[in-house]
Design a binder for this molecule. Structure first.
Ligand SMILES: [Zn+2]
Length: 66
């Protein structure tokens, strides 16, 4: 199970660890700084990822992508 954040500019994904939550993160591709959703929003993503047995992608607003 993996959580990734999606860059709002170039849609590159950045893999997250617990240390990234509720912080700002630079996109590794375009350099844009964007916010990582907080743990509350990511809780839903984590549950979804567990059920899917796969990785999920979240954007800066906490929306979840498969
Ligand atoms: Zn980017």
């Amino acid at each position: 199970m993996r959580i990734k954040a999606k860059c709002p500019v170039c849609t590159e994904t950045v893999e997250l660890t617990i240390h990234h939550l509720d912080r700002r993160q630079y996109c590794t591709k375009c350099g844009r700084m964007f916010k990582i959703p907080d743990a509350d929003k990511l809780q839903k993503a984590i549950e979804t990822a567990k059920q899917a047995g796969n990785s999920v992608i979240v954007d800066e607003n906490g929306r979840i992508y498969g």
